[in-house]
Write a protein that binds this ligand. Structure first.
Ligand code: ME8
Length: 520
């Protein structure tokens, strides 16, 4: 059996409710996890919330609650949303859990034991919004004399006693890592940015704070709490049992992929491997940075009043249509812009009209003309063979290869190509006209389509798990037959022998009509 697969998302700051970017990242990770399970790999999928740090402490103070109360409340919204979006996480991680404090202290001590930590004074810029330190040279001009971080967030001058990590010592080892593993960071544009950043020289990193106490205590120096990114990154280890030498740790570490957004590449591709090298822990195999979602081309923000609740999108379009749109519409790794019209168009044309209609037409004809049973096959024509060959290629080669490299749009594009081919085949063969003239051919055509639809449904099930499970249940395909390797012979005999009868089919994807008042 293939290696175990461990995929993580970033852990999200629960300083507010989840937004569409959080949903996007977690859906993508879910699709990767579901695909690997479908292939038979043992999967661990972790997501969660990043609950410490100054940003949480300040937000809680503004709201007049404790950071713990804020984290408990908001973390709940993330869990509810992820459950609603059918995110099949194995673990929802919260950094306020006790075992995580123990793990963060253990990695700290391992770095300290290697002589990589020392006490000094930090004087420099800090962005609370990004929870990041910046060099003067990285700052950009805001309005007037104001300085902003490269992400456009406010920075404040900070002076305090702090523990430092000898990041400078890891410049060469990091460059060697990138040289030996050019796909350590994907896409390649992000790898290039990281490499240039490290080539530019690394300063030691301030990794503790004394001006507030909401965080993991530094072992032996309890006036200090760890810089939030030290404990946040460690979540990936804690989740599989670190610091204990557990069976999970041995099975799942190093992680297969850390899936994150493009704004936090530096933490994952520079700081994190350096911490791990220092603590003598194996490095993750890959860091994949996806792009940002924009609302009609604009970043969502409270001041613009364009923040969309992912729950509302799920209400309007349905969970599976939303999942499909987010992965179909833009290349994974690049930014993408969405709007209600764009989601409605994709959903109506591709899900309702193309795939939904194909399934509806085929299953209705089988229900009506074949007593609901999988029809027998009376010899193959060239057109039947060509359709099978295409489906095998798309569902057993092209889509798996694309899912494997997180090229979701590519997987869905080839899926759609196969759906169109099935629609062309049904139009050409016109089984509805054959009932009287050539019932054997009608049955062969319907059996061919039945198998094709089953293959298409299994192949797209990581993206649309709920509706594809409903369809496959309605088609009588037993769960153990739902594998990516499924071919004609794999499906046909067991289905035919099961004697399953299809009921009158229910529509899979309703058409979405947006209210006229929706802005264009
Ligand atoms: O960065 N489109 O948390 P976070 C796509 N706690 N992705 C987006 C996005 C958008 N508009 N906005 C944010 C943190 N994201 C840290 C991570 S990991 C050890 C700690 C992505 O809640 C963002 O890039 O600000 C990140 O990967 C994730 O959402 C969580 O962002």
């Amino acid at each position: 059996m293939a290696d175990p697969y461990y995929i993580t998302t970033a852990i999200h700051y629960p300083n507010g409710k989840p937004h569409i970017g959080h949903a996007y990242e977690t859906i993508a990770a879910d699709v990767a996890a579901r695909f690997q399970r479908l292939r038979g790999r043992e999967v661990r999928f972790q997501t969660g919330t990043d609950e410490h740090g100054l940003k949480m402490a300040q937000k809680a103070r503004d709201l007049g609650v404790t950071p713990r109360q804020l984290a408990d409340e908001m973390s709940g919204y993330f869990q509810v949303l992820f459950d609603r979006l059918d995110i099949s996480y194995d673990r929802f991680f919260r950094t306020t859990e006790d075992e995580h404090h123990r793990a963060s202290q253990a990695i700290w001590q391992a770095m300290e034991a290697n002589g990589d930590l020392y006490l000094d004074r930090y004087e420099g810029w800090y962005s609370v919004r990004d929870e990041a330190y910046y060099d003067e040279s990285e700052l950009v001009a805001g309005e007037g004399a104001e300085k902003l971080s490269p992400q456009g967030t406010p920075v404040e001058w900070t002076v305090e006693e702090s523990w430092f990590f000898r990041l400078s010592k890891y410049q060469e080892p990091l460059l060697a890592l990138y040289r030996d593993n050019p796909e350590f960071v994907r896409p390649a544009t992000r790898m290039n940015e990281v490499r240039s950043f490290v080539e530019g020289g690394l300063r030691d990193l301030s990794i503790s704070r004394t001006s507030f106490d909401w965080g993991v205590k530094v072992p032996g120096a309890e006036r200090h709490v760890m810089y939030v990114w030290v404990d946040a990154l460690t979540n990936y280890l804690t989740g599989v049992g670190y610091p204990d030498d557990t069976a999970d740790f041995r099975k799942f570490w190093p992680a297969s992929v850390h899936l994150i957004g493009k704004d936090i590449v530096r933490f994952h591709a520079v700081y994190w491997p350096a911490f791990l090298m220092s603590a003598e822990i194996a490095l993750p195999k890959e860091v994949f940075a996806h792009g940002f979602l924009l609302n009609r081309g604009q970043k969502e923000s409270k001041s613009l009043g364009n923040v969309t609740d992912p729950n509302e999108l799920a209400d309007t379009f349905g969970v599976d249509a939303l999942r499909y749109f987010l992965l179909r519409e833009f290349t994974f790794g690049q930014d993408g812009s969405y709007s209600a019209e764009a989601i409605a168009n994709r959903s109506n044309s591709e899900l309702a009209n193309s795939f939904g209609n194909l399934a509806q037409r085929t299953l209705s004809l089988i229900h009506k003309n074949c007593d609901g049973r999988l029809p027998p096959i009376f010899g193959h024509t060239d057109a039947d063979d060509a359709l099978f060959a295409l489906l095998d290629k798309v569902t057993r080669q092209d889509m798996p290869a694309a899912y494997d490299k997180l090229a979701f749009a590519q997987a869905l594009e080839s899926w759609m190509g196969a759906v169109y081919a099935c629609n062309a085949y049904i139009d050409e063969a016109a089984p509805w006209a054959l009932r009287k003239t050539d019932p054997e051919r009608m049955q062969t055509v319907l059996a061919t389509l039945y198998i094709a639809i089953a293959q298409l449904a299994v192949a797209v099930s990581p993206v649309m798990p709920r509706s594809m499970a409903r369809l496959l249940d309605a088609m009588g395909l037993a769960p153990d037959l739902r594998t990516i390797e499924g071919t004609w012979s794999h499906w046909y005999s067991p289905l035919a022998e099961s004697g399953f009868r299809i009921d009158k089919p229910q529509g899979l994807f309703p058409r979405v009509e947006l209210p006229e008042s929706e802005p264009a």
